[in-house]
Design a protein. Structure first.
Length: 411
C-alpha cells in the first residue's frame, strides 16, 4: 500500500489512448471522425521526417484538409503561439493535432484554447481559467518524456515576465493520445536521456506529492490533487520501466524493445502526474531554466536527487516502496529509502544528466534568485510532501549547486 491513509483515487485522462508500434497509422481514421480540417502543430525537424509526411498523406486520404504549422520552438514562447493562431484563424480547424515533443503538443493545446475562446493568452494562466471545452485535440509524442499527450497542463515561456508559466485545466487533456514508439527511434542519445529523465521526475514526484484529505470537492477545487491510489499505480509502472529501459535506449537508439518500454513509461508518468501533480524539482527548474536556457528535462532531473534527499524524512515509506518496485535488495526502511535515492542519482549519472546546477550552467550568484523565484510556483510548492519556505529552498538550491547531496541530510 502507499502512504495514503485512505482509499481515494482520481484520474483525468483522454477519451482514447492508442499505444504500440505502428499506431501512427490510425491517425487519419481517428481524426476524420472529428471533422474535415486538421491543423498540425509541430517543429521544423519533425516536419521534415518521412513518417510525418506519411501521416499528412494519411489525413488527406481520409478526406481531410490539412494545415501544417512547423515553427514550434523549444520552451514555447508566446510569439510563435500568436503567429500560429493568426495563420490558421481563417482555416478554422475542426481538430488540432500536436506531433512532436512537449512543446509541439503544448502548442496544440494553447492554440486550441485561443481558437475556441479567444482573448489574451495570459488570461488563462493558472488553474481552471479555461472556461470550457476547446477544439478537439489529438496528441502524438515523438519523444518519451513529457507525457503531455495525457495531461491537463501546457507550459509557455512569457518573455515579458521572464518566467515559464503553466496553464492547467482538464479542458487541455487531448481527446485522443496516439503513442507509437517507432517515432522515437531517431531521437539522439542526449534527447533520449533528457526526455526519459523528465519522465522519471514526473513519476517520482507524482508518487510522493502531498496526499490531501479525500474531500468530494478535491477534484473540483484543484487540477492537481496529490498522491492517490490510482496515480500511484501509473507512477510505479513508469519507474519500473525507466530503470529497465532508459539506459538501454540511451546506449542503443535502435533497441525497439527499449524504445517501447520507455514510451510506455513516459505515458504512465503522464497519467500519474496529470492528476497527482509535481512538486519542488519542477518549481526550482522554472527559474533555473530561464537563467541557463537549458532543457526542462535536464533541469528537473538534475534537481531530483536533491529534492528527494530534502523530502526523505517525509517520504521514507514511499521511497522504500519504490526501491522494492525496482527490486533493490531488501533492508530496513530507512536504508532502503536512501538506497532508492542513490539509485536514482546513479541512473541519471549513467545517462549523462548533469550532477549539479553549476554543471548545468547556473552561476554562483544566482542561487538565491532561484530559491526566491521558485516559491512563486504556488501550485508546485503546495504539492511538495515536506513544507517549503525560503530557507528550505535555499538549502536545496545550494546543495544542488555544489552537488553535495549529503548536506541535505542534516536539514
Amino acid at each position: 500500500m502507499s502512504d495514503t491513509p485512505y482509499a481515494f483515487g482520481a484520474l483525468r485522462l483522454p477519451r482514447s489512448v492508442l499505444f504500440g508500434r505502428g499506431q501512427r497509422h490510425a491517425l487519419g481514421a481517428v481524426a476524420s471522425k472529428l471533422g474535415k480540417r486538421a491543423l498540425i502543430c509541430t517543429d521544423e525537424r519533425q516536419g521534415a521526417q518521412p513518417e510525418f509526411h506519411a501521416m499528412v498523406a494519411d489525413l488527406k486520404t481520409h478526406g481531410m484538409d490539412v494545415h501544417v504549422f512547423d515553427r514550434t520552438i523549444p520552451d514555447l514562447p508566446i510569439g510563435p503561439i500568436k503567429a500560429c493562431v493568426e495563420e490558421v484563424r481563417s482555416f478554422v480547424p475542426d481538430v488540432v493535432i500536436g506531433i512532436g515533443g512537449g512543446s509541439s503538443m503544448d502548442m496544440a493545446k494553447v492554440v486550441a484554447v485561443l481558437l475556441t475562446h479567444g482573448g489574451d493568452l495570459r488570461s488563462y494562466y493558472g488553474e481552471f481559467a479555461v472556461p470550457g471545452p476547446v477544439t478537439p485535440l489529438i496528441a502524438m509524442p515523438t519523444t518519451a518524456g513529457t507525457g503531455s499527450e495525457v495531461t491537463p497542463v501546457a507550459v509557455v515561456s512569457d518573455d515579458e515576465r521572464g518566467a515559464k508559466i503553466g496553464i492547467a485545466s482538464p479542458h487541455l487533456i487531448p481527446l485522443v493520445a496516439i503513442c507509437d514508439p517507432e517515432l522515437t527511434v531517431t531521437c539522439p542519445p542526449t534527447l533520449t536521456a533528457c526526455s526519459g529523465a523528465d519522465a522519471l521526475t514526473h513519476a517520482v514526484e507524482a508518487y510522493t506529492t502531498l496526499a490531501r484529505p479525500a474531500d468530494p470537492m478535491l477534484t473540483q477545487d484543484h487540477v492537481f490533487v496529490g498522491k492517490n491510489l490510482l496515480s500511484d499505480h501509473f507512477a510505479r509502472l513508469a519507474i519500473a520501466n525507466i530503470f529497465l529501459y532508459l539506459e538501454r535506449a540511451y546506449r542503443d537508439g535502435s533497441d525497439i524493445e527499449a524504445r517501447e518500454g520507455l514510451m510506455l513509461a513516459s505515458l504512465a508518468a503522464g497519467c500519474a502526474f496529470g492528476t497527482a501533480g509535481t512538486a519542488a524539482a519542477h518549481a526550482i527548474q522554472y527559474p533555473v531554466g530561464n537563467l541557463t536556457h537549458t532543457a526542462h528535462g535536464d533541469g528537473v532531473a538534475t534537481l531530483l536527487p536533491f529534492v528527494m534527499q530534502y523530502n526523505q524524512p517525509f517520504c521514507r515509506a514511499a521511497f522504500a516502496e519504490l526501491a522494492r518496485t525496482i527490486q533493490l535488495p531488501d533492508s530496513p526502511e530507512a536504508d532502503l529509502s536512501q538506497a532508492f535515492i542513490d539509485a536514482v542519482a546513479d541512473l541519471l549519472g549513467r545517462v549523462a544528466i548533469p550532477r549539479s546546477l553549476a554543471a548545468l550552467g547556473l552561476k554562483e550568484d544566482q542561487q538565491d534568485f532561484v530559491a526566491e523565484n521558485a516559491l512563486n510556483a504556488a501550485r508546485l510548492v503546495k504539492n511538495n510532501p515536506r513544507p517549503l519556505d525560503l530557507i528550505a529552498m535555499q538549502a536545496i538550491t545550494r546543495a544542488a549547486f555544489s552537488g553535495e547531496r549529503a548536506a541535505l541530510r542534516a536539514v
